[in-house]
Design a protein around this ligand. Structure first.
Ligand SMILES: NC(=O)C1=CN([C@@H]2O[C@H](COP(=O)(O)OP(=O)(O)OC[C@H]3O[C@@H](n4cnc5c(N)ncnc54)[C@H](O)[C@@H]3O)[C@@H](O)[C@H]2O)C=CC1
Ligand SMILES: O=C(O)C1=N[C@H](C(=O)O)C[C@H](O)C1
Length: 250
């Protein structure tokens, strides 16, 4: 049995993870912690894998603390920058065990992971590309971690194909053109009734491709979370791994 502790267990995602772990035949729920709880309670004596879904402002500190405790960590919290990732890699290089693993995914839903993947495939064939993410109005960060990751993937693919900047004649902009991530405009919608959605728009003269992923319910993220837990528990993923695509045969 894989012993799983959940950090952020009272949150929207954390509470779903608690239920998913309880419902998995090969896992048992170890500790459930939330704001104010002491992470040093999590250790190899009680936990094989910790799952972290909290808020971007605290996630790095939590992950560093869990590495120090010697447990593998699956992270779903957003807000990861290159600087933060470098701190995780540094902590892992000084970790208690050589084979210690941290896995971070901007999105655990198969629809979103595939949309992201298809976008990187499509990117080199189109002159224009923009990303629109649409979420519930209780989300604290914008743009979504997924949209940020998608835009970066498109930008890398465009550069590799020798494409220049996206065409855009805008001269006056009060913010309507969204946030520019690596040259790709990303727009964030917050609307009651939505959960987590992303549209990736590609355009050429006279044609358009739209790739859209919809997570209507947080249960959509749970198979991906459990897959990541199983992958870390079986070993062979030492260090920092980013993106569920790494565990799918894409
Ligand atoms: N990777 C993925 O597939 C997904 C990622 N997310 C991301 O997961 C994160 C959490 O989202 P939600 O669950 O909707 O947020 P939420 O606000 O419902 O839950 C966050 C939880 O973390 C707790 N918390 C705050 N500080 C803490 C600390 N220092 N230690 C332990 N717990 C602490 C809060 O009390 C709360 O219970 C966000 O960054 C969100 O973007 C959300 C959905 C899917
Ligand atoms: O806060 C959310 O809800 C979500 N957060 C993640 C993100 O920012 O990409 C994943 C998904 O979009 C839901």
């Amino acid at each position: 049995m894989v012993r799983v502790s959940v950090i952020g267990a009272k949150g929207r995602m954390g509470s779903h993870v608690v239920d998913a772990v309880k419902g998995a035949d090969d896992m048992e729920l170890a500790l459930t912690l939330d704001a104010g709880d002491d992470l040093t309670a999590v250790s190899p004596a009680n936990t094989d894998v910790a799952v972290e879904f909290t808020v971007p402002s605290v996630s790095l500190d939590n992950v560093l603390a869990l590495i120090g405790q010697g447990v593998d960590v699956v992270v779903g919290t957003t807000g990861w920058t290159e600087e933060k990732l470098a701190k995780v890699r540094e902590a892992l290089s000084a970790a208690p065990h050589d084979d210690q693993a941290v896995f971070i995914a901007p999105n655990f839903a198969i629809s979103a992971v595939l949309a992201d993947h298809f976008a990187t495939v499509a990117a080199r064939y189109f002159e224009s590309a923009e990303v629109i993410e649409l979420h519930h109005p209780t989300k604290v960060d914008a743009p979504s971690g997924t949209a940020f990751h998608t835009a970066q993937g498109i930008a890398v693919a465009r550069r590799a194909a020798g494409l220049g900047p996206v065409p855009d004649a805008t001269e006056t902009d009060g913010g309507s053109r969204g946030q520019v991530v690596d040259g790709i405009h990303v727009h964030a919608v917050r609307l009651r009734g939505l959960n987590a959605h992303e549209e990736i728009l590609f355009g050429n003269a006279g044609e358009q491709l739209t790739i859209r992923a919809d997570s209507f319910d947080r249960t959509s993220f749970m198979p991906g979370v459990l897959l990541a837990v199983r992958k870390l528990a079986e070993g062979g993923h030492a260090g920092l791994t980013i993106g569920l695509d790494r565990f799918l045969d894409l």
